[in-house]
Design a binder for this molecule. Structure first.
Ligand code: ADP
Ligand code: MG
Length: 761
């Protein structure tokens, strides 16, 4: 029996899904797999786990598991459900990559999809679970897709063992044929239950013309108008990235200050205070330097558990510029004069925002103010913000694109799909009729693709292939993917893994066709098994596996952690909002450059290049006990440094459990590597990045100016370059290895180290 408070009871009864409880529970009782569709806000995430709990699925030792593609959702939803059920977080808990509050009493467990994948690696049948819910399946994150494929096999196996597992797939859109109409996945198509959400009409206003670049400016002007002229009701704005979000927040706060205080500074300060406080607290509890890390919790995901809206620092969005161009639709705002008679309560919302700050959007805004949430596409389906009446949709989304052949990646801001534009519009009609302003024309909308492609078809898959081989799925091509990755991506992945030694080399005899086939079913090697246990991409896992030599491990762990966490350094080249900021940024840039020169080391240490800078930066930061002030002064992103610290802890724990004879511990006073260690480190790095080698074009080879100071790689026709901010920009060594190539204004190598010609096989 669940003891809910009267107001929660009342709020629940308003949710459309409550009317369907019987139907849903009956379908679950009678079918091993059920697909549940319902508009965002209909109550799927918060209510279905409660239905299951009340029907006895969380009794005795059994757990109700629910996966989310985003950390934000796992945390906030577990808190919300615990609150609704009047149960402590030790019963309704969450687990994400580095943290969680799961206990022996946990009955409902929210987790990121990567966490569940790791659990399958340890216990293929997921015996602790009686039911698994895959939430937000429409997002089609890589791990969601893989989990559905694996669960399609686990469910019948559990059936055979006589302890059935129920699988519920929940989706916000009706595009579910990939799951339901897919004989390889589910030979018997699962029933689909649709929940009709009570959705108020939303009037869609298209721009007559589409502002080409300055959609942030157009957005600003429109929000000003709404706020000045239209009736009460929250505003939700969709932009593409963190930098844009902050820039618009700043601008709006300046125009409509709240209580005449500089709200921005206040909130930013208390955010970092909060992080410091939490960090100190976690430190106080332990005598060791590191927060204890639960081995069980690590995720296979190299980056950030599927958060596409994560920021690329070097994307060039000049959205902060205060250009007052008349773009046709938006008449130029007379001025950006401060207007304190109309307070606007402006809140940012994006995945990497601290959970306490994210939670603010759910609370009612202070009396006399209007709520205005400036968000990335996290607000599209994962979170429902109450009281939104106006939606502003820039129509764009930031995605990472990969070249299938070369692996060159770039962040691009591109038009979104019709499905997601409609999702965004729907956010305006949750509590009353609303309005959606699309900052693009109806003709542009008509050209949008209907749905976006699943992530698995858009990115390299070597990490997935290694994880699957580790699960003894030898023929990955036969895996029941909801949407299979392209064949060439699978072949490239297997070839890379063979070259890293993670998979067995196929026999050299036989015709090419046989070789191709043999390659696609290579079993995993012992080295591959070791590599699969590290929660980082295979190339980095290889470095870790070799790192034992010459006591290099602490350095390798640090380098790998720093390479895995994106963007250590703050963007200091960004356009300044004011003269004052301009000066500030200039000073900072000089200081950052000076520090980077110091971290790059002296003599032969310099050959480690950008990786030496990473080592130096992490070392210095640890020495300063991860003080946010230190990061701020030296242009390091505090969040990145914190993440590196956690990942180092996790990698250290993994190493210790793999080789009990080592027993590493994290030393906050890491001395710089010796000269010979630097050489080994360069070789170790090359062993993981062996196919990422570039050779400098010699002056006598220079036929075309565009090749001046350029490098040639085996994969690309075009020249690639060392970025001016790289530690090796002045040295331009003859041979280098690089972490990745990012295409911005040119093809730039990132994370570059010098190697010796004679090392190249
Ligand atoms: P769905 O998963 O179908 O999108 P949810 O279960 O997330 O729907 O949301 C159901 C309702 O619960 C929504 O109206 C939303 O406003 C409310 N809700 C969800 N989380 C919170 C929260 N943290 N605080 C307040 N209300 C919330
Ligand atoms: Mg949901």
């Amino acid at each position: 029996p669940v003891d809910r408070s009267p107001d929660i009871q009342e709020a629940r009864l308003k949710l459309p899904i409550l009317a369907e409880e019987q139907v849903i529970m009956e379908a679950i009782r009678e079918n091993p797999v059920v697909v549940l569709c319902g508009e965002t806000g209909s109550g799927k995430t918060t209510q279905v786990p409660q239905f299951l709990y009340e029907a006895g699925y969380g009794s005795e030792n059994d757990i109700i598991g629910i996966t989310e593609p985003r950390r934000v959702a796992a945390i906030t939803m577990s808190q919300r459900v615990a609150m609704e059920m009047n149960l402590p977080q030790s019963v309704v808990s969450y687990q994400i990559r580095y943290e969680g509050n799961v206990s022996n009493e946990t009955k409902i467990k929210f987790m990121t999809d990567g966490v569940l994948l790791k659990e399958i690696q340890r216990d293929f049948l997921l015996t602790r679970y009686k039911v698994v819910i895959i939430d937000e399946a429409h997002e089609r994150s890589v791990y969601t897709d893989i989990l559905i494929g694996l669960l399609s096999r686990i469910v019948p196996l559990r059936e055979k063992k006589g302890s059935p597992l129920k699988l519920i797939i929940m989706s916000a859109t009706l595009r579910i044929e990939d799951f339901t109409n897919n004989k390889r996945l589910f030979p018997v198509p699962p029933p689909v239950i649709k929940v009709d959400a009570r959705q108020f009409p939303v009037t869609v206003h298209f721009n007559k013309r589409t502002p080409l670049d300055d959609y942030a400016g157009e957005c600003y002007r429109k929000v000003c108008k709404i706020h000045r002229m239209l009736p009460a009701g929250g505003i939700l704005i969709f932009l593409t990235g963190q930098a844009e979000v902050h820039s618009l927040c700043r601008r709006l706060r300046k125009t409509f200050p709240f209580c005449g205080r500089n709200v921005h500074n206040v909130t930013e300060d208390d955010e970092s205070q909060e992080v410091v406080r939490r960090f100190k607290k976690s430190k106080q509890k332990k005598t060791m330097n590191l927060p204890k890390i639960d081995l069980a919790s690590y995720s296979a995901q190299p980056l950030d558990e599927g958060d596409e809206d994560r920021e690329a620092i070097d994307d060039e969005d000049g959205s902060g510029s205060d250009l007052d161009l008349d773009l046709g639709d938006g008449e130029a705002e007379e001025d950006e004069k401060t207007d304190s008679s109309l307070p606007l309560y402006v809140l940012p919302l994006y995945s990497l925002l601290a959970p306490e700050k994210q939670a603010k959007v759910f609370r009612p805004p202070p009396a006399g103010t209007r709520l205005c949430v400036v968000a990335t596409n996290v607000a599209e389906t994962s979170l429902t913000i109450p009281g939104i009446k106006y939606v502003m949709d820039c129509g764009k989304v930031k995605k990472r694109y990969y070249d299938k052949v070369t692996g060159v990646s770039s962040f691009r801001v591109d038009w979104t799909s019709q499905a997601s534009a409609n999702q965004r519009a729907g956010r305006a009609g949750r509590t009353e009729p609303g309005h959606c302003y699309r900052l693009y024309s109806s003709a542009v909308f008509a050209d949008f693709e209907q749905f976006s492609l699943p992530e698995i078809t858009r990115r390299p898959v070597e990490d997935l292939v290694l994880q699957m081989k580790d699960l003894n799925i030898e023929k990955v091509v036969n895996f029941p993917f909801p949407t299979p990755p392209p064949a060439d991506a699978l072949i490239a992945a297997e070839e890379l893994l063979i070259s890293l030694g993670a998979l067995q080399e196929p026999p050299k005899t036989g015709r090419l066709n046989d070789l191709q086939k043999a390659k696609l079913s290579s079993p995993i090697t012992a080295l591959g098994k070791t590599m699969a246990s590290f929660p980082v991409a295979p190339r980095y896992a290889k470095m870790l596996a070799l790192g034992r030599q010459h006591e290099c491990l602490p350095y390798v762990i640090t380098i790998v952690a720093a390479m895995t966490v994106r963007e250590l350094f703050e963007e200091v080249d960004r356009p300044a909002v004011s003269e004052e900021e301009k000066e500030l940024l200039k000073g900072k840039k000089a200081r950052v450059q000076q520090m980077q020169r110091i971290w790059a080391g002296q003599g032969s240490a310099q050959k480690l290049g950008d990786l030496m800078v990473m080592l130096g930066a992490v070392g210095a930061c640890e020495y300063a006990e991860l003080a946010p002030k230190f990061c701020e002064r030296n242009g390091l992103r505090f969040k990145a440094m914190l993440e590196i610290r956690r990942l180092r802890g996790q990698l250290t724990t993994t190493v210790n459990s793999l080789c009990p004879d080592i027993q590493l511990y994290l030393d906050s006073k890491m001395s710089p590597p010796t000269e010979s260690q630097v050489t080994y480190l360069r070789q170790i790095v090359m062993s993981g990045l062996g196919d990422h080698i570039a050779r400098r074009i010699r002056p006598e080879e220079l036929l075309d100016e565009k090749w001046r100071n350029a490098y040639k790689t085996p994969l690309l026709e075009e020249p690639v370059f060392i970025h001016p901010t790289s530690a090796l920009f002045r040295q331009l060594p003859d041979f280098v290895v690089y972490q990745e190539i990012m295409e911005t204004t040119k093809m730039y190598m990132k994370g570059v180290s010098a190697i010796e010609a004679e090392w190249i096989p």
